[in-house]
Design a protein around this ligand. Structure first.
Ligand code: ADE
Length: 243
């Protein structure tokens, strides 16, 4: 997969691309990241990329006569073009999964007050990583790239993301490692017994318990299996017993 990032601050991506899983994925040829400085599309002497809002207001607005040619020159018919903006659709794991199936995506990072509205007509999608405003789309594009790259074949072991939080609509079950006992707190016995059926059922139950407690909104439209409904009854009884 190829990820093209259009930005005014290309150096921000050096560390992101040069460390850990992302670096290994690039080195292994799992993905390619190209960072493009769209200031190069500015024709004037001072390489201005923005201008004041028409009819006044605070801040600066990115100019369409710079960004639109930069988008066109860096994309082909199979490039899925995404504007990073707090006005976009809210980013979730299922969007990461969909995007990981694309051959090529372009992430366009704004800065300053925003994009000239006409730029929106030249992209396929708009994504926000949360209901807050960042100084630019660079961090957001790193979040999106990171979450996509780890889903690509051979970036990490498949099992490592099969049980991720959100992957099956639930938060991930609790994880433990050695030491088996620390500060009087023990790893649950079921995880030490080696009975795979019991472990699978315990993990599903604890995933449900965590999601019910922390993110009940994730369960609102879920079609529960018979086993999940049984486990939910057990959880409710246990939680009532604690009161
Ligand atoms: N640019 C500024 N804020 C953003 C956000 N929340 N998501 C995506 N891009 C942004």
């Amino acid at each position: 997969m190829k990820i093209k990032i259009l930005t005014l601050f290309p150096k921000m991506f050096d560390e992101f691309m040069g460390e850990s899983i992302i670096k290994r994925a690039i080195d292994k040829g799992v993905c390619e990241i190209e960072v493009v400085d769209f200031r190069l599309w500015s024709q004037d002497k001072h390489h201005h990329v923005d201008d004041t809002p028409c009819s006044g207001g605070a801040g600066m607005v990115l100019r369409p006569d710079i960004l639109i040619p930069a988008i066109k020159d860096n994309s082909s018919s199979n490039t899925y073009k995404i504007l990073m903006t707090p006005q976009g659709r809210l980013y979730k794991q299922d969007i990461a999964q969909d995007l990981s199936k694309q051959d090529e995506i372009m992430l366009i990072c704004g800065h300053y007050e925003g994009f000239d509205e006409r730029i929106r007509e030249y992209v396929d999608d708009e994504i926000s990583i949360g209901d807050y405003v960042l100084t630019g789309g660079e961090l957001a594009s790193m979040v999106v790239s990171d979450s996509i790259i780890r889903l690509l074949n051979d970036a990490i072991k498949k099992e490592s993301h099969e049980d991720d939080s959100f992957q099956n609509g639930l938060l991930e079950y609790p994880q433990y490692t050695r030491p088996i006992e620390y500060d009087g707190k023990k790893v649950p016995d079921v995880l030490l017994c080696g009975n795979h059926k019991d472990i699978r059922r315990w993990r599903l139950k604890e995933s449900l318990r965590k999601t019910m407690k922390r993110r009940p909104d994730l369960l609102l439209n879920r079609e529960f299996s018979k086993e999940e409904l049984e486990l939910i009854d057990e959880i409710k009884e246990e939680e009532d017993g604690k009161k």
